[in-house]
Design a protein around this ligand. Structure first.
Ligand code: HEC
Ligand code: HEC
Ligand code: HEC
Ligand code: HEC
Ligand code: HEC
Ligand code: HEC
Ligand code: HEC
Ligand code: HEC
Ligand code: HEC
Ligand code: HEC
Length: 316
């Protein structure tokens, strides 16, 4: 009995599906002809303000006035897609299947990014698809604004009213939208000159993706530090293993509350690994009399490595 009922309802379902197919085939409007490229003069006629603003950006200057090939000549339609249907219908929101980039436009990140990658998947963008930003659905437009000139370089997105024009500082704002903890760390007492605008996130990271850990531009943390702190590279006669292994064993590059970007204060830093040396290393508060002169680096001043023949214990 049960089986019979199941079979019956299955048949009815089939019938409904069948009817639906016939019905839709009859009523669906004929598909519009695929859109073609019409040229930016057509767009300019209705979108004069957009045209004017865009013409002040680097891409605008090239595409609109000095195109170097057929692709660049398409200008507006390079990003928004061919516009014949949109223009013929008199324009309008959602008319003619234009590719849009607004946050609320519902356009998928994939479609948005593909328009850019067609020209830009090379140089620093080569590893985009493999990066964590792409896999988390970020779009190029999260960080770049394209229709008007924003920063002195790179067209970085305006995050707030206070976003500076100078790209080094603007970057901190752009990245700081999501990486709040990193942004907060820059404000700590010990920091590299990032908030001062001398170095910036992209001196160390490539936000478009890299084959290296943590989107670093260099293959390891140490290679990264050596690019600016070359004197730490060595080679040393006496090497301190944690230093050539990973500077991050002792330092936190984004900023800390301890001197010299140390993760923990000296002597606690050293005693976290050296808890069995010949001299007593029991941690004490900094105000203790026993602490006086016991900061390990008072005697072991060359903790990054020593080239002195008798520098085995990093005292010289
Ligand atoms: C390099 C890619 C690119 C080119 C070329 C381009 N646009 Fe845009 N357009 C965008 C992006 C991205 C936005 C979203 C806002 C922003 O980032 O500034 C946008 C926004 C717009 C908007 C507002 C609707 C919306 O989606 O928010 C209009 C209208 C527009 N563009 C027209 C034009 C016209 C006209 C041209 C040619 C003069 C042009 N665009 C060239 C990328 C481009
Ligand atoms: C006949 C006038 C007209 C022409 C020609 C025209 N547009 Fe539009 N377009 C409009 C109007 C009106 C809107 C809706 C108002 C708005 O969003 O600014 C619009 C909206 C858009 C949007 C946003 C679409 C959306 O769904 O939000 C884009 C992108 C756009 N136009 C790009 C172009 C491009 C590129 C061209 C040239 C190929 C072009 N338009 C030509 C009138 C026109
Ligand atoms: C038709 C090819 C083409 C397309 C499509 C295109 N670009 Fe470009 N873009 C260029 C060229 C050419 C330059 C000039 C610099 C250069 O040669 O690399 C440029 C420059 C830039 C710059 C640097 C601007 C500056 O002032 O320093 C950014 C950022 C950029 N593009 C982002 C994008 C994004 C995001 C998209 C997609 C919405 C996009 N581009 C789509 C060709 C293109
Ligand atoms: C997480 C933020 C972020 C995202 C997402 C992002 N960019 Fe960038 N982009 C930057 C920053 C910051 C710079 C400037 C420093 C640099 O060159 O790395 C830059 C620089 C650029 C430049 C100019 C530098 C050069 O030499 O090529 C281009 C072109 C560019 N981006 C294109 C893109 C494209 C295309 C996408 C999407 C596939 C994209 N960006 C996504 C942050 C971002
Ligand atoms: C719209 C939000 C957003 C913005 C803006 C943004 N990021 Fe990210 N970033 C993310 C997300 C999401 C992840 C992935 C985190 C995860 O997987 O745990 C990430 C991951 C990272 C990582 C870690 C990569 C790894 O392999 O662990 C680095 C480094 C990074 N971002 C740097 C930057 C820099 C530099 C900028 C500015 C140019 C930036 N981000 C802007 C959202 C953002
Ligand atoms: C001086 C170089 C340097 C600068 C500048 C820098 N970072 Fe980093 N960042 C690193 C290193 C090195 C790591 C890897 C840390 C590790 O693996 O222990 C890292 C890791 C990260 C991570 C990933 C953490 C994780 O869990 O993997 C994020 C996100 C990040 N940085 C964001 C930023 C942002 C945002 C800025 C700018 C405000 C910035 N960084 C500036 C060197 C730098
Ligand atoms: C893009 C260049 C650059 C890179 C890469 C870089 N630094 Fe720096 N670092 C600086 C500059 C500039 C200063 C400030 C120097 C000064 O004040 O004399 C600094 C200062 C420091 C200081 C001293 C801070 C203080 O409070 O005096 C430490 C510690 C440090 N960096 C560690 C690192 C480590 C660890 C790495 C790798 C994760 C690294 N740096 C990568 C540029 C860089
Ligand atoms: C074993 C822990 C440890 C490791 C690992 C380590 N450092 Fe340090 N670093 C220190 C200490 C402690 C100081 C403070 C020295 C002082 O006060 O004399 C310091 C200071 C510095 C300074 C500031 C020097 C100055 O004169 O202001 C820089 C730059 C630096 N380290 C870079 C690096 C780099 C690059 C690496 C990786 C090759 C690294 N450190 C690895 C412990 C370490
Ligand atoms: C991440 C762990 C770690 C930290 C933190 C660390 N060290 Fe070391 N240290 C080592 C290792 C591993 C060795 C090599 C031990 C060996 O060869 O027996 C070493 C060797 C030494 C030596 C030479 C000892 C010997 O017998 O040759 C001295 C001196 C020393 N460290 C001092 C310090 C000082 C001072 C600090 C704090 C600034 C410090 N270390 C922080 C891991 C660490
Ligand atoms: C007053 C100077 C002084 C201070 C402060 C000091 N040391 Fe030493 N340390 C020495 C001398 C001298 C030697 C070498 C002994 C020898 O030649 O046999 C030594 C040797 C060492 C050794 C290698 C020999 C062993 O005992 O294993 C380590 C590891 C070490 N110190 C770690 C530390 C740590 C960690 C601190 C901080 C808590 C520290 N030292 C503070 C003077 C000092």
């Amino acid at each position: 009995m049960k089986r019979c009922a199941a079979l019956c309802s299955f048949c009815i379902l089939l019938l409904l599906v069948f009817l639906r197919i016939i019905w839709s085939a009859e009523t669906e409007a004929p598909k519009p002809a695929p859109a073609t490229y019409v040229g930016n003069e057509v767009c300019q006629a209705c979108h004069a303000p957009a045209f004017e603003k865009f013409s002040q950006t680097m891409m605008g200057k090239i595409f609109l006035f000095n195109p170097r090939n057929e692709t660049e000549k398409r200008a507006c339609e390079n990003c928004h897609g061919p516009g014949s249907n949109h223009a013929a219908a008199g324009g309008g929101k959602g008319v003619g299947g234009m590719i849009t980039f607004r946050k609320d436009s519902g356009e998928s990140a994939k479609v948005q990014n593909e328009t850019c990658l067609g020209c830009h998947q090379r140089g620093v963008q080569t590893y985009w698809e493999a990066g964590p930003h792409a896999s988390r659905g970020l779009t190029c437009v999260t960080c770049h604004t394209l229709m008007e000139r924003t920063t002195d370089k790179y067209q970085l997105a305006k995050v707030g009213e206070k976003t500076p024009f100078f790209n080094k500082r603007a970057e901190t704002e752009v990245c700081g939208q999501c990486h709040l903890q990193r942004k907060a760390q820059l404000m700590r007492s010990s920091h590299m000159p990032m908030r001062e605008g001398k170095i910036t996130c992209t001196d160390c990271h490539n936000p478009h993706g890299t084959p290296n850990p943590s989107q670093l531009k260099q293959t390891s943390v140490n290679e990264n530090c050596y690019t600016c702190h070359t004197e730490r590279r060595g080679p040393f006669l006496w090497e301190h293993p944690p230093a050539f292994e990973n500077c991050g064993n002792c330092h936190e590059p984004h900023g800390t509350v301890n001197d010299r970007l140390l993760k923990v204060t000296d002597p606690r830093l050293c005693t976290s690994c050296h808890n069995a040396t010949r001299h007593p290393v029991t941690p004490r508060p900094k105000t203790s009399v026993f602490f006086f002169n016991r900061s390990c680096t008072n005697c072991h001043s060359q903790v990054h490595g020593s080239n002195h023949p008798s520098g085995r214990f990093f005292q010289r």
